[in-house]
Design a protein around this ligand. Structure first.
Ligand code: DX5
Ligand code: ZN
Length: 244
């Protein structure tokens, strides 16, 4: 059923003092994307990196950058992220009704169960396209797929979060498997064909669970960078998917 999965190693689990070394190393495994986790300490209880580091990263690699914006106020910061040259910027749907704020600890994340007015988020998606990047939209674990409806035909990628965002190395939330199938159904109904990415807890066991439902892109942080040989680990995820 599935011929080729795209892999997006997450640099959250890379060595922050040796980014370039880790980029060069992982490039030997020909990943389709490099996944960059941006956290603002508001949307999620953690802080990571911002536009200057992404810009520097973009200069040293030809691999497409998949930038995951876990920030509460993307409207204010979008221009700086666009100026990095990142190929894809993903917005969280939980900010659609106004800036969302996460809990102070791990294990939960903001969710949304309706959209008051889709226009503000549609305008951000347009700004990303006008700036020359692809646009993604991410759903936290407790946000239902139905809220994607006004946006599904407008985005290039839907990101199903399979952990509460904020940290690497967490366990995969099984409900994400069914959510992938629901995104596929919603996209088909709308005549849309976005890439479907799954982010969090992906390893050789969980990868086939989501690709058999129609996931195209797998983010893998800890399973790749936490392995004794990240290139072997990356290939093992590809192989696990091909066997199913
Ligand atoms: C979680 C991040 C993920 C994270 C995934 O907030 O969005 O991209 O790096 O890491 P693993 O694969 O370790 O769950
Ligand atoms: Zn991510």
């Amino acid at each position: 059923m599935f011929s080729k999965v795209q892999i997006a190693p997450s640099f959250l689990s890379a060595d922050f003092m040796n980014f370039e070394r880790d980029v060069r190393m992982i490039e030997q495994g020909a990943p389709e994307w490099l996944h960059i986790d941006v956290m603002d300490g508001h949307f999620v209880p953690n802080l990571t990196i911002g536009p200057p580091v992404i810009k520097a990263l973009h200069k040293i690699t030809t691999t497409a950058l998949d930038v995951h914006l876990m920030i509460s106020n993307p409207a204010e910061q979008l221009d700086s992220f666009l100026s990095t040259g990142a190929e894809l910027l993903t917005l969280h749907i939980e900010n659609a009704n106004g800036p969302a704020r996460g809990a102070a600890t791990a294990g939960s994340s903001p969710s949304i169960d309706h959209i008051e007015d889709p226009q503000p988020l549609i305008r951000l998606i347009d700004r990303i396209h006008d700036g020359g990047s692809l646009a993604g939209i991410a759903l936290n674990p407790d946000t239902p797929v139905a809220v994607l409806e006004p946006f599904i035909s407008l985005v290039d990628m839907v990101v199903v979060m399979s952990v509460h965002p904020g940290f690497g190395g967490q366990s995969f939330i099984m409900a994400a498997v069914d959510k992938v199938a629901q995104v596929v159904a919603l996209a088909r109904q709308a005549g849309a064909d976005p890439l479907i990415e799954v982010d969090g807890g992906i390893n050789v066991q969980t990868a086939p669970l989501v690709t058999t439902q129609g996931a195209d892109v797998l983010v893998a942080g800890n399973a790749v960078f936490g392995a004794p040989d990240p290139l072997v680990a990356l290939q093992q995820i590809r192989d696990a998917v091909l066997k199913h």
